[in-house]
Ligand binder design. Structure first.
Ligand code: NAD
Ligand code: NA
Length: 396
């Protein structure tokens, strides 16, 4: 069977197992090429199958020879249907980790639930004893709070006023103006319930209560700030409130880990093409202009470059972890450089449907988007029958 991308709106309904495998191998090679990192050896990654979480799992395993337990929510292959990309990524990751003699097991289910937490705690107890690093990298539109049974849905809306700005349909390249209605009060609460820090705190409390955190254990969650251009729909919008909550939670987790010398960090990462960010209006146009400038300046990074640098230059230098005035790790430093932001802002003013393919890096955006699903990956022969891979790959 030849697998092709099938688009519906901002999502792709198919995924390519060989492309996913090649993506994972490329990330592994990158991490290896940068040398060893004196990092954690027993690592739990929550949200481990795509994006920053997958890059974290790969960096821990192939940068520090760590054993990893990955938690994620992905669809296995079924009759006539491919798996979701994260499922193929994780199958490929496990295969490569095992080949390298590294421990790697995965739990596929709802990380917000008590059941998946229970299963993970039991696995850590039996196989690891304790963990010394917990990466929290969930991105989800919905969360059912296990204590209340209430299902919350997050929204991406401005707060207070209608927000009007340019956006691009990255499939067609059409630049248009979009107006987004402001949130209602429960939109903020719901978005904070899904993407804020409550579930992170629950994970850390549960791990601590059963003595599954090693002395000096670290936990890291990921956040985003971005430029003033996108503030109304991102940092000062509903999702921004959730990120404020996530960042505040780092302090309460650190407090609760005092007796084991533990520490919780939020790392502010660069804007990148992921399934989550492609769905936010305005952001894809910003990213396509940002990529253009960052590539020109020679400072462009993808998820693996970001996370490898986070580990090597921030978390595991042997010195104190550098943070900003709000206690956050900043690995978005190159994105936020004044000269880069000034150039992006100037391009933003000019961008139209007619000139975007020159002003912006729409090609790069599309390529990254297709890559998420295992398509358009260098080194993959897409004319080859991918059928056997759908069946033979499995998660242990
Ligand atoms: P992603 O969509 O690539 O990854 C999300 C992960 O969460 C996947 O592993 C998925 O399986 C898992 N997941 C989702 N719902 C789950 C559930 N109920 N149970 C278990 N697993 C579940 O997202 P990403 O872009 O890597 O985002 C990760 C974090 O990084 C988020 O907090 C995001 O806000 C942040 N971030 C993203 C960007 C960006 O530009 N993409 C920039 C800075 C920070
Ligand atoms: Na992730």
């Amino acid at each position: 069977m030849i697998i092709e991308p099938r688009m519906r709106g901002f999502i792709c309904l198919t995924a390519h197992p060989k492309g996913a495998e090649q993506n994972v191998k490329n990330q592994i090679e990158y991490v290896k090429s940068k040398g060893k990192i004196e990092g954690a050896k027993k690592v739990l990654v929550i949200g481990a199958s795509t994006g920053f979480g997958l890059a974290s799992r790969i960096t821990s395993a192939f940068g520090s020879d760590a054993g990893t337990i990955g938690v994620f929510f992905e669809k296995p292959p079924s009759e006539g249907k491919t798996a979701s990309p994260g499922w193929y990524n994780s199958a490929a990751f496990e295969t490569e980790a095992h080949k390298a003699g590294l421990y790697a097991k995965s739990i596929n289910g709802d990380a917000f639930s008590n059941e998946v937490k229970r299963e993970t705690l039991d696995l850590i107890k039996v196989d690891f004893g304790q963990v010394d690093l917990v990466i929290y990298s969930l991105a989800s539109p919905v969360r059912t709070n296990p204590n209340t049974g209430v299902t919350h849905r997050s929204v991406l809306k401005p707060i207070g006023n209608v927000y009007t700005n340019k956006t691009v349909d990255f499939h067609t390249g059409k630049v248009s103006e979009i107006s987004i209605e402001p949130s209602k009060e429960d939109d903020i609460e719901n978005t904070v319930a899904v993407m804020g820090g409550e579930d992170w705190q629950m994970w850390m409390d549960a791990l601590k209560a059963e003595n599954l955190l090693a002395d000096g254990a670290t936990t890291v969650a990921y956040s985003y700030i971005g430029p003033s251009l996108t503030e109304p729909v991102y940092r000062k919008g509903t999702i921004g409130r959730a990120k404020d909550h996530l960042e505040a939670t780092a302090f309460s987790i650190t407090d609760s880990l005092k007796d084991i010398n533990g520490k919780a960090y939020v790392s502010v990462n660069k804007a990148l093409v992921t399934q989550a960010s492609s769905a936010i209006p305005v952001i894809p146009l910003y990213i396509s202009l940002l990529y253009k400038i960052m590539k020109e300046e020679g400072v462009h990074e993808g998820t693996i470059e970001q996370i490898q640098r986070l580990y090597q230059d921030r978390l595991y230098t042997g010195k104190e972890v550098p943070t900003d005035e709000k206690g956050r790790i900043r690995i978005d430093d190159w994105e936020m450089r004044d000269d880069i932001q000034e150039k992006v802002a100037a391009l933003w003013e000019q961008a139209t449907t007619e000139n975007l393919s020159e002003l912006g890096d729409l090609q790069g955006y599309r390529k990254d988007f297709y890559n998420l699903f295992g398509f358009d990956v260098k080194g993959v022969n897409y004319d080859e029958d991918a059928n056997e891979m759908i069946g033979i790959q499995s998660l242990q």
